[in-house]
Each structure stands twice: as structure tokens, then as C-alpha cells.
Design a protein around this ligand. Structure first.
Ligand code: NDP
Length: 282
């Protein structure tokens, strides 16, 4: 019987990389799908990013993820960008295809996938807390999916304004910025609130974003990008008020599902991937 000892290669480039659990999640999915694919967690220093990307071409990798600090720097090494990745200006997933390396951004797509299971993005007025990388990706994907208004609430005015302008200039949604100098009161017409800051991330699990909880109506969908712990203090409070909640672990798992789909064309099982992460103590 003929044997094949050549495994299709995928992986992640980041620095630091040691605490990134993505490899465990993706390889668990590959095994469950009966694939002999591998996913390698690689520590790549910024000065070596170009070499690493050229290595994927030389070794016929099928795709890779980019995390901090490579999401913007990787773009100059790619051949093409997906629509949202171009608008967001950052790439976290690269597909190595016959026509070259294509950059996509699944940060926002992973969120959108989870959001679409509980509500329609079309016509949504979303409040996004934060204006960093995660907020940027979520704002763009929600707007491209049909949200009508995106309100950015951020401490730093220039970052907040820049994201609101990005939404206005590149999508059909209206973007506006609101300063965050006191507990934010959710406006009446809002139907989704997303914490896209790192507030509540381990070890600061007692922190929560400063919003006036009495303005959080039960018909609002409340999401948190923080993956660890999945049930943040913010989500606990929202759930206690009767809101539907979406956790950051689901967003993370959906990003893995999307990457596997881009690379293999196949659907991975999100539940198996989530359980794999939870077993790691996430
Ligand atoms: P950035 O550094 O790009 O942005 C951080 C944002 O958080 C900024 O808007 C910053 O505000 C805000 N912020 C930080 N501390 C506070 C605070 N104490 N009060 C109010 N605002 C604060 O980070 P990212 O966007 O890359 O990541 C943010 C979070 O998203 C992280 O926790 C990360 O783990 C998570 N994430 C989750 C993903 C998932 O799949 N679940 C994917 C990607 C990220 P300011 O501009 O005013 O400084």
C-alpha cells in the first residue's frame, strides 16, 4: 500500500507565541476531520517576517495566521487582499493559493458569524466600546453586513474619530464617535453593544467596561471580545439583565472555523474546538 508522509502545512506567526492556544484548537479540528494537516505555532520576530512568509512559498504551505505584531506588516509581503482586510488595513489569515498569497481578516468575520446566529446585522445600530484592532475589524464587518449605524465609544479621541471616519468613508453605515469620560449611557435605539476593549481580560477579571447598566435593555445583544475568561463580569451583568450574550471564545473558535474553511474548503466542528480550548483552562 502506498503511504504519504507529506503533511499539508499551516501555522501561525507571532511574537510572543508561547501562550497562543490556536495550534491546539486547529490540530484537534484537523484530527477530528480525519485530515493529516499540521498547524505549527511559530515565533517570528518582526525583522524576520519577510523570510517567514517567503518560507511558506518555498515549502508550499497552505496558509497561515498572523498575530501581534505582524497583522499590518505582513501586508507588503502578500499578493492580494480581501475586501474587509483592505478596509481594516490588517490581515490575520493568509491563504496560499495558486495565484499567490491572499490576506483576509477573520477577527470581525468570526464575530459576525456568532452574531448572525442570534440576530440579523441588517439594520442594526451597534455600540462598539474601543477603537483598537478588534473594534476596527468588528465595525467594518458589521457595517459591510448591513448595519445602519456604528457608534464608537473610546477614551482616546483620535483613535475613536478615525474608526468612525473609516466606517463613514468605506461602508454604507453611518459611523459616529462618542467620548468615554464617564459611564456610557446606551442610547434608546441601540440593539447591540460590543466590548472590544481588553477590559476584563485575565488576570483583571473583576474589571468591566464603564457603562450605565440601567440603560442596558433586555432586547439588546451584548458581546465581549475577551476570550479569557469567556464569561466576563460584563457578560454576567448583561445576562443578569436578560440580554442575549455572545462570548469572546465563540469569536475565537469561529475564526478557526473560517481559517480552516479558507485553507481546506471543509467545515470544522466549532463545538469540538471550543471544548478543546475549555479543556486547556480557557
Ligand atoms: P488594541 O490594543 O488594538 O486596542 C485596545 C482598545 O481597548 C483600545 O480602544 C483602548 O482604548 C481600549 N482600552 C484598553 N484599556 C482600556 C480601559 N481600561 N478602559 C477603556 N478602554 C480601554 O487591542 P485589540 O483590539 O487587538 O484587542 C482588544 C481585546 O480584544 C483583547 O482583549 C484581545 O484579547 C481581544 N481579541 C479577541 C479576539 C477573539 O477572537 N475573541 C480577537 C482579537 C482580539 P484607547 O484607544 O483609549 O487606549
Amino acid at each position: 500500500m502506498s503511504k504519504n508522509f507529506l503533511h499539508p502545512l499551516t501555522g501561525s506567526f507571532a511574537q510572543p507565541a508561547a501562550e497562543n492556544p490556536t495550534a491546539v484548537m486547529i490540530e484537534a479540528a484537523y484530527r477530528q476531520m480525519g485530515l493529516s494537516w499540521r498547524y505549527l505555532n511559530c515565533e517570528v520576530f518582526p525583522t524576520r517576517l519577510g523570510d517567514a512568509v517567503r518560507g511558506t512559498r518555498a515549502m508550499n504551505w497552505r496558509g497561515f495566521n498572523c498575530s501581534i505584531p505582524h497583522k499590518i506588516a505582513v501586508i507588503e509581503h502578500l499578493d492580494e487582499l480581501g475586501i474587509s482586510a483592505r478596509i481594516i488595513g490588517a490581515v490575520n489569515t493568509v491563504i496560499c493559493g495558486e495565484s499567490g498569497l491572499v490576506g483576509e481578516n477573520t477577527d470581525g468575520k468570526g464575530f459576525l458569524h456568532a452574531f448572525s446566529k442570534v440576530a440579523t446585522p441588517v439594520g442594526t445600530h451597534a455600540v462598539i466600546l474601543g477603537a483598537g484592532g478588534a473594534a476596527r475589524a468588528i465595525a467594518v464587518e458589521l457595517a459591510l453586513a448591513g448595519a445602519t449605524k456604528i457608534t464608537i465609544v473610546n477614551r482616546d479621541r483620535s483613535r475613536g474619530d478615525a474608526l468612525a471616519n473609516l466606517v463613514n468613508q468605506h461602508t454604507s453605515a453611518a459611523g459616529d464617535y462618542h467620548p468615554w469620560d464617564k459611564p456610557f449611557r446606551i442610547p434608546e435605539e441601540v440593539n447591540a453593544v460590543i466590548n472590544a476593549t481588553s477590559v476584563g481580560l485575565f488576570p483583571n477579571v473583576d474589571q468591566m467596561p464603564e457603562i450605565d447598566l440601567s440603560t442596558l435593555r433586555r432586547d439588546i445583544v451584548v458581546a465581549d471580545v475577551v476570550p479569557n475568561p469567556p464569561l466576563t463580569r460584563f457578560l454576567k451583568s448583561a445576562s443578569g439583565r436578560g440580554c442575549r450574550i455572545l462570548d469572546g471564545l465563540e469569536m475565537l473558535v469561529n475564526q478557526g472555523v473560517l481559517a480552516i474553511k479558507y485553507w481546506t474548503g471543509l467545515d470544522a466542528d466549532p463545538e469540538h474546538m471550543r471544548l478543546t480550548l475549555l479543556k486547556l483552562g480557557l
